[in-house]
Design a protein. Structure first.
Length: 179
């Protein structure tokens, strides 16, 4: 009796997980492109199967305490090792949900960590990088850097200022003071 109930639980869990993953895949493909949708589908599927397996083990009265402790320790170690990559993934999720810009938008980015200000057109958004076409070529900017930067619209008809043209303090200090 317990075995058939567990098998039924697993069948329904797999159907629910696959359905939820497919719906979220469609949503994220619509919002952020094919790459984002595929990554979300994989994450939801893996996490869902993990929880379904733990639920099935619990239904069969298998003690899962040791699994949970081992998983927690492994999760901490993986989290520390992949901190920067995970930061980019979570920043990518925030950018996909908040939508400060979209693929095809012309944007201006200001960030000291990225070397100042640059202009370009967003070519693609993924969970780890944003591809921007600039006059110098294609840049792949990490999502965590884009989330921390000041981003605004830019009209391509306006020529981006040349390096140093927008430094008002330098030009003001070189002018003679008027009394």
């Amino acid at each position: 009796m317990r075995g058939s109930f567990t098998i039924g639980f697993l069948v329904l869990a797999v159907l629910c997980i696959r359905s939820a993953a497919a719906e979220l895949d469609d949503l994220f493909r619509w919002r952020g492109g094919q790459t984002a949708g595929s990554a979300i589908r994989m994450m939801i599927t893996v996490l869902g199967y993990l929880f379904a397996a733990l639920g099935a083990l619990d239904l069969m009265s298998v003690p899962i305490g040791h699994f949970l402790v081992g998983g927690a320790i492994a999760g901490i170690l993986i989290g520390i090792a992949a901190q920067q990559s995970l930061g980019n993934v979570f920043a990518g999720l925030v950018l996909l949900v908040a939508r400060p810009f979209a693929v095809g938008n012309h944007i201006r980015v200001r960030s000291g960590a990225l070397g100042g200000e640059f202009y370009g057109t967003v070519l693609a958004m993924s969970l780890t990088y944003i591809s921007i076409l600039t006059p110098e070529g294609i840049l792949k900017v990490p999502n965590s850097s884009m989330l921390a930067a000041a981003v605004g619209p830019w009209r391509p008809t306006e020529a981006p200022p040349a390096s140093g043209d927008n430094d008002d303090l330098t030009s003001a200090s070189s002018r003679p003071a008027s009394d």
